[in-house]
Ligand binder design. Sequence first.
Ligand SMILES: Nc1ncnc2c1ncn2[C@@H]1O[C@H](COP(=O)(O)OP(=O)(O)OP(=O)(O)O)[C@@H](O)[C@H]1O
Ligand SMILES: [Mg+2]
Length: 259
Amino acid sequence: MKIIAVANQKGGVGKTTTTVNLAACLAEAGRNVLVIDLDPQANASSSLGVPVVDGRSLFGILTEEEGTRSLAEQIQPTPWDRLSVITAELDLAGCEIQLAADAHRLTRLRRVLDNYRASQPATEFILLDCPPSLGVLMTNALAAADSVLVPLQCEYLALEGLAKILEMIERIKQVSGNTSLALEGVVLTMYDARTNLSHEVVNSVRGHLGNKVFETIIPRSVRLGEAPSHGKTILAYDSSGAGAQSYRELAREFLNRQG
Ligand SMILES: Nc1ncnc2c1ncn2[C@@H]1O[C@H](COP(=O)(O)OP(=O)(O)OP(=O)(O)O)[C@@H](O)[C@H]1O
Ligand SMILES: [Mg+2]
C-alpha cells in the first residue's frame, strides 16, 4: 500500500482534478484505489459522485471524537469499480482549531493510516486530496504520506510557486519526523499548446527538476473542467477525449515509475 499526498499550497492548480482522475485511471488499470478527501470544500467527493453527508469524513478520527467510526468504516464505494472514497465535510475545517493545542496533532492521520496499513487491506494506493491552505490538514497529509505529488499549473511565476512548495515539504518533513517522504513528481497541468508561456514553463520546470517532472502533461480541457459538475470522473464523462487520454497516460507513467 502506498500513500500519496496530492499537494500544493496554491489554490486552483489542479490538485483535485488530478487526484480524482489519476485515481480513476489507476482503478481502470486494475488497481484498488482509495481517495481521501481532506479539503472541507469536498470537491473530490462531489467529483466522484458521492454525496457529502454529516459525519462522513475524517473529522471524528482526527479529533478523536468519542464513538466515532473507524477509518475502514468511513470508506464508501464510488459508482466505479475498485475506486472508493472517504468524503470530506465542512466540519473538517474545525480540525484547525480543535487540534491546535494538541502536541500529536501533526501525526494523527499517520497513526490511523499505519493501523489501516497493518490490517493488510486490498487497497494498493491511497490518494490524499489536500486543501490549498498550509494548515493542520495538509500537514497531517504530508506527515502520513509515502510521497507527495505536486500539480503545477503552467502559468506565470510557476517556478516561484514550485520553490515554495518544495521548501514547505522539507519543513514538514522535519517537524513531523516523516523524513522518508519522497517527491513522487511534479505534474504540469492546464497546459495550453498555443501559448509560448506554457512552453517556457515546461522547459524551466524540467530544467530545474529533471526527471522528477512527469513526461505526461495535462492539457487545458473544457471537458476536464465540466466533469465535476456532473459528479463524474473524466473517464465517465468523456472517455475518449484529450483530458481522459492525458490522465490515462499519467497513470501509466506513474505505475511504470513504481517499478
Ligand atoms: N486541465 C484542466 N483543464 C481545464 N480546467 C481544469 C483543468 N484542471 C482543473 N481544471 C478546473 O480548474 C479549477 C481548479 O481545479 P482543481 O479544483 O482541480 O484545483 P485545486 O488545486 O484542487 O483547487 P483548490 O486549491 O481550490 O482545492 C476547477 O474548476 C477545475 O475543474
Ligand atoms: Mg481541490
